[in-house]
Design a protein around this ligand. Structure first.
Ligand SMILES: Nc1ncnc2c1ncn2[C@@H]1O[C@H](COP(=O)(O)OP(=O)(O)OP(=O)(O)O)[C@@H](O)[C@H]1O
Ligand SMILES: [Mg+2]
Length: 431
């Protein structure tokens, strides 16, 4: 037994206390004394004894009250009742109120006292140990509960974040779908717009070409109209001078009819030229060039422009012959405009056509001084023109390039060569 255990003796009889002290000190305990419950409570607060031995009947505060108080404030401190012989029932009541054990007075048997005390202290130790163990377990449970709670919180947070992310994804997905839908619609609209634009451009180009044609017809008709006028005037003069016999009359009619037929042919030529080809056909490049040249020859001649055509080999290609002639015509008209605008002396337009392997090559050049280098890239853009608004739409070369690339799988390029511009067409030869 630990000999430093503090024991508080509570008894109103000094003799009893003395006797007990002697016995206990002999057993090695440190002993404190109190004469009643009140003193005992005070002393307890000061010395914190491990065990209290108390009498029951005492003045001021009796043993039962002390037991109750101690049980309320310090339930773990063991209390042993020292009761007089014959008051077992009081001792039992004391145990009921919280006393741990009881010893009968007077105490004579030191070893019995030692046994009761050591038994009580052992109980107290076990109780404390139990309590500590219980507290430890409680602490562990608490810690684990906190941990679990935190984990639950984390899990809940994670779930909430996931849900939020899922919602965000759903919103983004919906937004993407909406964008996709409008995108498709926008692409559709753009394609439609482009198609409309192309239709407008091609229509404008056609109108411009027809304008050109009208002026060409006018040129082609100037001479025959002149001739018709002369025939009529001569006829009148011959009649006035009575020279108009049947033979002469027939001659005038024949000449006039020939001229009229020539004029009518011109109209047919232009009509044919403007009739859109229905399907791609094999045609000879040289012939299509000849047709185009034939239509403008007269008007070029009246403006003093020489046109030279050199063809070698029979290049047959697949495409729309009329459209190809229009390409040639556009390029000739451009050359004519620049030659006249720049008032070039001895203006010439040269056209050459040859076969190179599987490609037909056509070059159309002039001696008008060429295209400024910085404009070479732009001349094929739609609506690009250096002419006054009333004189050019800027669609001629754009259409020419489209016809060659889309209709015939060919190319149209421009560069400066010699003392003028040169346009080069490359068209795959039909097998
Ligand atoms: N032979 C050339 N020499 C110099 N510049 C040229 C020649 N051919 C074309 N160009 C330039 O290229 C531009 C575009 O030609 P394009 O045929 O496309 O339109 P345009 O002739 O101006 O108008 P449109 O043909 O509609 O009447 C011309 O305005 C001109 O500046
Ligand atoms: Mg043009």
């Amino acid at each position: 037994m630990t000999r430093t255990v503090k024991i508080l003796i509570v008894d109103d009889e000094a003799m009893v206390r003395l006797n007990m002290r002697a016995l206990l000190e002999d057993l090695g305990f440190i002993v404190f004394e109190a004469a009643n419950g009140c003193e005992a409570l005070d002393l307890f607060e000061q010395e914190l004894p491990e065990l209290i031995l108390t009498d029951l009947r005492m003045p001021e505060m009796d043993g039962l009250t002390l037991i109750r108080e101690m049980h309320k404030k310090h339930p773990d401190t063991p209390l042993i009742v020292i009761s007089g012989t014959g008051s077992i029932s009081s001792a039992m009541e004391a145990v009921h109120c919280g006393a741990w054990d009881f010893i009968e007075k007077p105490i004579i048997d030191q070893s019995a006292l030692e046994m009761v005390i050591s038994h009580t202290l052992e109980r107290s130790r076990l109780l404390l140990e139990n309590r500590r163990y219980h507290d430890h377990l409680e602490e562990l449970v608490q810690e684990r509960t906190v941990e679990l709670h935190q984990q639950t919180l984390l899990l809940e947070q994670e779930m909430a974040e996931r849900q939020e992310a899922q919602q965000r994804l759903a919103i983004e997905h919906a937004e993407l779908q909406r964008l996709n839908a409008t995108l498709e619609q926008r692409v559709q609209e753009e394609v439609e717009k482009n198609r409309d634009q192309e239709r407008i451009i091609s229509h404008q180009a056609r109108l411009a070409a027809m304008g050109e044609m009208l002026s060409n017809i006018a040129h082609q008709w100037r001479q025959p109209l002149n001739n018709l006028g002369l025939y009529l005037q001569n006829m009148q003069l011959d009649y006035q001078e009575s020279l108009l016999d049947t033979e002469r009359m027939a001659e005038y009619v024949s000449c006039s009819m020939e001229t009229l037929q020539y004029m009518s042919r011109t109209i047919s030529d232009f009509q044919n030229f403007f009739r859109p080809d229905r399907e791609k056909k094999k045609f000879t490049i040289a012939l299509a060039i000849q047709e185009a040249v034939h239509l403008v020859e007269a008007s070029l001649k009246t403006k003093g422009i020489t046109i030279r055509v050199e063809t070698s080999g029979e290049c047959a290609v697949l495409g729309f012959s009329n459209e190809f002639s229009q390409v040639v015509l556009n390029i000739i008209n451009n050359a004519r405009d620049v030659l006249l605008d720049r008032q070039v002396p001895d203006p010439v337009i040269r056209i050459a056509c040859r076969c190179e392997g599987k490609t037909g090559i056509v070059t159309i050049g002039d001696n008008a001084g060429g295209i400024p280098e910085e404009l070479l890239d732009k001349v094929f853009d739609p609506y690009f023109t250096t002419k006054a608004k009333s004189q050019g739409t800027g669609l001629g070369l754009y259409m020419a390039k489209m016809i060659l690339s889309k209709g015939m799988g060919g190319h149209l390029m421009a560069h400066n060569a010699g003392n003028g511009a040169e346009f080069v067409m490359e068209i795959p030869i039909a097998s």
